[in-house]
Design a protein around this ligand. Structure first.
Ligand SMILES: Cc1ncc(COP(=O)(O)O)c(C=O)c1O
Length: 375
């Protein structure tokens, strides 16, 4: 299999562990193992006694139960656990896409969601664009329906979206599922940022609405536990899950026992952890709003309703790629420019999930002043 480089991961490989001011990360603030274990009486002792043999390929049965409880209509049998969300995407797309298939991917999107389709010979890819209407990011369902062909096999969406923050309402979730049902199309629903509804309107998991939907979740983003590398696919479509598990036999085989243990502890305290992440984002939003109010001539701020990222527009007369390069070179402030998403336009992703965002934003402001962007 030949596949193009993962542009975002290549970019992060260069800066994520060297740039001191990460102003673009898409995960929420993490914590130590000790902090996580302290949420549950007796968990630290139990963790030290965790058996380190192989684990079940489908995932720890108790963990599968806890994941199923996040959904309305799911049981442990509907859950397949993975080594992170990335493994789930790779496995699903590889088993589902064949020569002659057509896939539609919401765009921009996490690269693996559409790149695997490009790597399959004679597999056709169409992009359903999230568009900037001048104030916010929007989608058009008529545009989506116009892209559907007789051989469309999968629609791959990501909501809350990375990088735009665009999030379907519950009405739109139902509408999307109806479109897929009408045309008998599989829905791959990347919901890794779910749980961070800042507008107070809790979104449904899409797999609860459509039997051919595989819903992707993970501990990395909303829970701030990326180092666990625990993700999952949840679906009533067991035929597909059984195919994907056969592919998993060639990838990780099974998940890490300590990680599964810690994921169970975290999910027992799901609401508490999600609240912690939302509070960090809300505090950062206030500070970022004040920052953007000072520089309306430099940036067009896009709103966030859900999730930890926003995709703002740069109004400076300099390519956004150069602007972001200058910020990281001069001040160690990392932003993610739109060329990484192979997108036109002067956009950059900002992450609101880290506790040190105020400090990173202050460094960014210093950069704007010293480089004379600020007047
Ligand atoms: C939309 C989306 N899907 C999937 C992933 C992969 O998640 P993980 O790092 O947990 O494998 C990411 C990571 O950035 C993402 O943004």
């Amino acid at each position: 299999m030949k596949i193009n480089d993962f542009r975002l991961e290549c970019y992060f490989e260069k800066y994520e562990f060297t740039a001191p001011y990460l102003l673009t990360q898409s995960d929420c603030e993490s914590m130590t193992t000790k902090e996580l274990l302290s949420l549950e009486p007796g968990a630290e002792e139990a963790y030290l006694n965790q058996w380190l043999g192989y684990t079940e390929t489908w995932g720890d049965p108790e963990l599968r139960e806890k994941i199923a409880l996040l959904y309305k209509n799911m049981t442990a049998e509907d859950v397949l656990v993975f080594h992170g969300a990335q493994e789930a995407i790779f496995g699903y797309m590889n088993v589902m896409l064949n020569e002659g298939d057509h896939m539609i991917a919401m765009y921009p999107n996490y690269q693996s969601a559409y790149e695997i389709a490009k790597s399959v010979p004679n597999c056709e890819l169409s992009l359903w664009h999230i568009r900037d209407d001048g104030t916010k990011w929007v989608v058009d369902f008529d545009e989506l329906e116009a892209l559907i062909k007789p051989n469309t096999k999968i629609i791959a969406i990501n909501s809350p979206n990375n990088p735009t923050g665009y999030t379907f309402t519950n009405e739109e979730i139902k509408k999307l599922c109806e479109i897929c049902r009408k045309h008998d199309i599989y829905l791959f629903s990347d919901e890794v940022y779910k749980g961070l509804e800042l507008d107070g309107d809790k979104r449904d998991w899409m797999a609860d609405h459509y039997e051919k939907c595989a819903s992707l979740g993970v501990m990395s983003k909303a829970y701030g536990l990326a180092g666990l590398r625990v993700g999952w696919l949840v679906s009533k479509d067991h035929e597909t899950l059984k195919k994907v598990v056969k592919f998993k036999h060639y990838m990780s085989i099974c998940d890490s026992a300590p990680a599964e243990f810690l994921a169970k502890v975290a999910l027992k305290h799901s609401d508490e952890l999600l609240e912690r992440s939302k509070n960090i984002i809300r505090n950062n939003m206030k500070i970022a709003d004040e920052f953007f109010d000072r520089y309306p001539y430099l940036f067009e701020k896009k709103p966030i309703t859900c999730g930890p990222v926003a995709y703002h527009k740069l109004l400076v007369d300099m390519p956004v790629k150069e602007f972001c390069q200058l910020a990281v070179d001069r001040k160690g402030v990392l932003l993610l420019p739109s060329y990484i998403y192979e997108m036109d336009g002067q956009y950059f992703r900002m992450g609101y999930g880290r506790k040190n965002m105020p400090e990173s934003l202050a460094k960014f402001e210093e950069f704007l002043i010293e480089e004379k962007f600020a007047r």
